[in-house]
Design a protein around this ligand. Structure first.
Ligand SMILES: C[S@@+](CC[C@H](N)C(=O)[O-])C[C@H]1O[C@@H](n2cnc3c(N)ncnc32)[C@H](O)[C@@H]1O
Length: 430
């Protein structure tokens, strides 16, 4: 099999794993091979990253993805930056799927420049061999020397493993830097590199990544970027390095809206990772009636930036963290959060004012005293946000629904558990 694939000539014969990307507003259909689908970057993530990166002035040259899988990310870059691409993939079927996807994406989104398509190349090869790949590209394009404007790396990692070491990445970071260091265009801020890493890397592993990068480019600028599509999940964790890093900005949180037409919410700042994880300490403070409870988006808290956003909104002295880790980070605050733009609202799971505190948990036995207070507080509907046995949830919710529907309450409420005690809180949404 020929290991050099030109997108214009790539054949889709035998690539049977073709499917519509559920995140693509355009209904893009992609080919995958040899179980490449679960590895592929969702189109919405790839496109949104390319749009964000297009705000940076890249030097002249090709865009490189040296472990390109199904080629989704490199195609999104190429289509948005209008740059030729070099995609390398060890698995020959996937390499071919990449070239086909690249051509299709380019035709839909790339503005139709045949020259860019002609100058793009996919190799079924080892992405660690920078010299070999550059030689092939130079010969194919009839150029003497080819330079790489951006190196993207999304290495394969063991599946279903919650804690894997950096050495298990395929290819490994150091191997790629060794192979490509001399072929990357150097700007005054260094080369442009984007490492698309596992969102499950621990803080120590992120520091290890920084150390590896610094061995090649000492003290180069780095911006960590957490991307979330909601539901408190960090979907991608990437390190933007050198010319694409934002000098002085160590962390960036990007929340892609479920509404594909809406701009992502971006919040930047925080401490460099070397100064610590920077996630607030939880306190054992007891709740007070009249103050507010907010459950924040856990992905936003996880990246260490939520507290800076809250400082801007309501001030540090007004924010009491009662739970800062896990799926339901909880703060109590005296000042109401003013969530104006739609995007701000995506940063919280729920927020409301405490109208009643119960020194007991919500159960089938205690539900009536909760209902009583809900009625007294003019509540028409209750959302249960306390952890309940799945079997008792419908029964308890049914009690609320039945008894509240007979009244003419006007407010929405929720019940939440205080994380450090048996207390529960009845809150109204304002
Ligand atoms: C996570 S996937 C990349 C997915 C890609 N970003 C996309 O959008 O489809 C990682 C890929 O790296 C490939 N790979 C692993 N070692 C490699 C190597 N030494 N050279 C080239 N590709 C390699 C794997 O076959 C796998 O397809």
């Amino acid at each position: 099999m020929n290991d050099i694939i030109r997108p214009l000539d790539a054949k889709s014969d035998g690539l049977i794993e073709s499917m519509k990307d559920p995140t693509s507003a355009e209904g893009m259909i992609f080919f995958h091979a040899d179980e490449g689908k679960p590895l592929a970057t969702p189109w919405q993530v790839a496109l949104s990253r390319a749009i964000l990166l297009s705000k940076v002035q890249l030097p002249e040259g090709h865009i490189l993805d040296c472990a390109c899988g199904s080629g989704i990310q490199i195609a999104a870059y190429s289509a948005i930056f209008k740059r030729p691409a070099l995609g390398i993939e060890l698995n020959p079927q996937r390499a071919r799927a990449s070239a086909v996807n690249f051509r299709n994406i380019f035709k839909t989104r790339g503005g139709g420049s045949v020259e860019i398509l002609q100058n793009s190349l996919f190799l079924a090869a080892d992405g660690r061999d920078g010299k070999g790949a550059i030689e092939k590209l130079a010969i194919a394009n009839g150029q003497e020397d080819v330079k790489i404007a951006l190196l993207h790396l999304d290495p394969a990692r063991p599946r279903n493993s919650r804690s894997h070491s950096l050495d298990e990445m395929k290819p490994r970071l150091g191997e790629i830097f060794d192979g490509w260091k001399d072929h990357l265009v150097e700007t005054t801020a260094g080369p442009s590199i984007l490492l698309d890493l596992s969102p499950r890397l621990s803080h120590l592993q992120r520091l290890e990544v920084e150390e590896i990068v610094d061995q090649y480019w000492p003290e180069i600028d780095k911006t960590w970027t957490w991307t979330s599509r909601g539901k408190g999940r960090v979907d991608r964790l990437a390190l933007w390095i050198g010319a694409i890093a934002d000098k002085g900005i160590a962390r960036r949180f990007v929340r892609i809206s479920p509404d594909l037409k809406q701009q992502p919410f971006i919040f930047e700042g925080g401490l460099s990772l070397g100064q610590g994880e920077d996630i607030p300490e939880s306190s054992h403070r007891m709740p007070k009636r009249g103050e507010y409870v907010t459950i924040l988006d856990s992905a936003f808290v996880e990246c260490g930036l939520a507290k800076y956003w809250l400082n801007e909104q309501i001030g540090e002295e007004n924010t009491h963290w009662v739970e800062s880790i896990g799926r339901r980070p909880q703060i109590h605050h005296e000042v109401k959060l003013n969530l104006e733009p739609e995007s701000d609202k995506t940063l919280i799971q729920t927020s409301g004012r405490i109208v009643e505190i119960f020194h007991q948990q919500l159960t089938a036995e205690t539900v009536d005293s909760f209902v009583e207070q809900a009625i007294a507080n003019d509540i028409r509907k209750i959302t249960i946000r306390t952890p309940l046995e799945p079997s008792s949830h419908p029964k308890i919710q049914g009690s609320f629904d039945r008894q509240l529907s007979r009244r003419s309450g006007k407010r929405d409420g929720f019940i939440i558990q205080h994380p450090n005690s048996e207390m529960s809180m009845l809150c109204v949404v304002e």
